[in-house]
Design a protein around this ligand. Structure first.
Ligand SMILES: [Zn+2]
Length: 185
């Protein structure tokens, strides 16, 4: 999704835009242009829609007021403490999953870091350290599993060769569909 509309009420829409730099979800009300929401890149379309719906009354009230006063209102909700709030849970989750999938792969690794990254879900370094974006815990479980297995397999294959994908497919046969969905988010 890049941009789409959510119907707030009959005749009133909120335009939702994805922004790679946005840290949190926000809704702006403008007397002329109406309601628009900005969402960070990692928020799913479904979550963005439910965010707008949850704030329906706020949007309608502020729209009425903005039109009366010709003013602008800004609602910022969300997640600047999201990382701190979820980091330790994300670490526990990632370690459990790594342990689970490594029963099968058995690839040794060094450290696991949980980071607040803007553009990547995970990485694997030449020193055999694994990094994961804490937002992995906000993903559907099959997407999270795929990311764990993807980085785990880089311990054996530091590339995206057919050998690498063959390795991934042993644990995640539907990896193609899942990676496509992740790229579209
Ligand atoms: Zn990769």
């Amino acid at each position: 999704m890049k941009q789409f509309q959510v119907e707030v009420e009959e005749g009133t829409v909120c335009i939702v835009r994805k922004n790679a730099l946005a840290k949190r979800v926000s809704i702006t009300i403008n007397a002329r242009s109406g309601a628009s929401a900005t969402v960070p890149w990692w928020i799913s379309k479904k979550k963005a829609i439910s965010f707008v719906k949850q704030n329906k009354q706020w949007i309608l009230d502020k729209l009425a007021k903005a039109r009366e006063m010709k003013a602008e209102s800004l609602l910022q909700l969300g997640d600047h403490d999201d990382y701190l709030l979820h980091k330790e849970n994300a670490r526990k989750f990632v370690l459990q999953k790594l342990e689970y999938y490594n029963q099968f792969y058995d690839f040794p690794f060094q450290r696991v870091a949980i980071r607040d990254q803007r553009t990547r879900w995970g990485s694997c370094s030449g020193k055999r350290n694994l990094n994961f974006n804490y937002r992995i815990i906000h993903l559907p479980i099959e997407h999270a599993d795929y990311l764990i297995v993807h980085e785990l397999c880089h311990l054996k294959q530091m590339n995206h060769s057919s050998d690498f994908w063959e390795l991934v497919s042993r644990a995640i046969p539907e990896y193609r569909k899942i990676s496509r969905e992740l790229r579209k988010m």
